[in-house]
Design a protein around this ligand. Structure first.
Ligand SMILES: Nc1nc2c(c(=O)[nH]1)N[C@@H](CN(C=O)c1ccc(C(=O)N[C@@H](CCC(=O)O)C(=O)O)cc1)CN2
Ligand code: GAR
Length: 234
């Protein structure tokens, strides 16, 4: 019985080292029966798009401002909220068009509103995210920097930060954790030193968590395939 291939869409805003870890893991079979069918970037400067191109993976650039959802420098909160909702709704349709089995946010620096999350949820497509902090800590952007600052000020709980992969819900970085790894801060270590150590953890756990979710989805797909075949045979 052949296992169905799990189709991944990966979303990035930056250099794509986590995307590269996923590309390399799929190629090495560390994420079994999976393929990355699309990379979505929301920044023209995102080197992740280049990494996708080099791996022969289609990449799509789709940006809130360049896509004319609101003008650059817009300050009106109501206009920004409406624009974000419309962008998110359109982005959801773009993602759904590819029929992925799961979405991985690998350094995706845009907070999703419900117009993105609800259609994906309705389609039964899990969205998972890499967050370079421990559950409930340093939600949002610049998490490593904030943890480093707290450590230097003697405020970091247990002198530990870390990294997690979690399911994405509307509340930013508060979805159910899938994998968590602590990283102990070191006296005198620079922010760059801590970032490098955390990035190494990121590259490992994003592969492990994606493989874990993909394996569960593959079993579901295979089971569904068996059921449909059985119905056809009866
Ligand atoms: N609804 C959710 N959206 C996103 C989640 C989530 O858990 N729920 N995770 C984030 C990823 N992320 C941290 O892990 C994160 C990324 C970016 C931001 C943020 O403040 N973005 C700003 C824009 C920043 C910029 O463009 O430089 C924004 O969206 O206005 C917060 C958290 C992904 N989305
Ligand atoms: N809230 C999410 C977040 O802050 N993610 C951060 O973006 C980087 C993307 O790097 P990459 O583009 O090289 O994978 C990751 O290293 C991670 O620390």
């Amino acid at each position: 019985m052949s296992c169905s291939t799990v189709k991944l869409t990966v979303m990035c805003s930056a250099s794509g080292t986590n995307l590269q870890a996923l590309i390399d893991a799929v190629a090495a079979g560390s994420i079994p029966n999976a393929s990355i069918i699309k990379v979505v970037v929301n920044r023209k400067t995102a080197y992740a798009a280049k990494r996708a191109e080099q791996a022969g993976i289609p990449a799509e650039y789709f940006n809130l401002v360049n896509g004319r959802y609101h003008k650059a420098g817009e300050k009106d909160e109501a206009v920004l909220k409406t624009a974000r909702a419309k962008y998110d709704a359109d982005l959801a349709q773009r993602v759904l068009k590819d029929s992925p089995d799961m979405v991985v946010l690998a350094g995706w620096m845009h907070v999703f509103s419900e117009p993105f999350l609800k259609p994906l949820d309705a389609a039964g497509i899990p969205v998972i995210n890499l967050h370079p902090a421990l559950p409930g800590k340093y939600d949002g952007a610049n998490a490593i920097q904030r943890a480093h600052e707290d450590f230097q000020a003697g405020r970091l709980e247990n002198n530990k930060t870390g990294c997690m992969i979690h399911y994405v819900i509307a509340e930013v970085d508060r979805g159910e954790p899938i994998l968590v790894e602590e990283v102990e801060c070191r006296e005198g270590e620079t922010l760059e030193g801590l970032e490098n150590r955390i990035h190494a953890v990121e590259h490992r756990i994003i592969v492990k968590a994606t493989a874990q979710v993909a394996t569960r989805l593959a079993a579901t797909k295979t089971g569904r395939g068996r059921l449909e075949a059985k119905k056809r045979d009866n």
